[in-house]
Design a protein around this ligand. Structure first.
Ligand SMILES: [Zn+2]
Length: 88
């Protein structure tokens, strides 16, 4: 049994942030398929793999509640971890 989806106009709005640095400049791997009727690429599948463009590395995402149209409640961002130069 699945939960009914809340109406979009009354539900809370969310964003997704990097769980390492708190940046919302994050993306997920996905496939886009060509929609002949719409004449544009349409998102078909979104995968679990996430990328943070601030850390420049794979990450995991935290879902946060938006407190205004463009801001969200998030923990203090952690400093970007120092990356060591190692082969491989
Ligand atoms: Zn990050």
């Amino acid at each position: 049994m699945t939960e009914p989806a809340p109406p979009p106009h009354t539900s809370r709005r969310h964003s997704y942030i990097c769980n390492v640095c708190g940046s919302d400049h994050v993306t997920r791997d996905a496939w886009a398929a060509w929609d002949m009727a719409a004449q544009q690429w349409v998102l078909e599948v979104v995968f679990d793999q996430c990328w943070c463009h601030r850390c420049m590395s794979a990450t995991r995402l935290d879902r946060v509640v938006l407190t205004s149209p463009i801001t969200f409640a998030a923990p203090d961002p952690a400093p970007i971890p120092q990356r060591t130069a190692s082969p491989g």
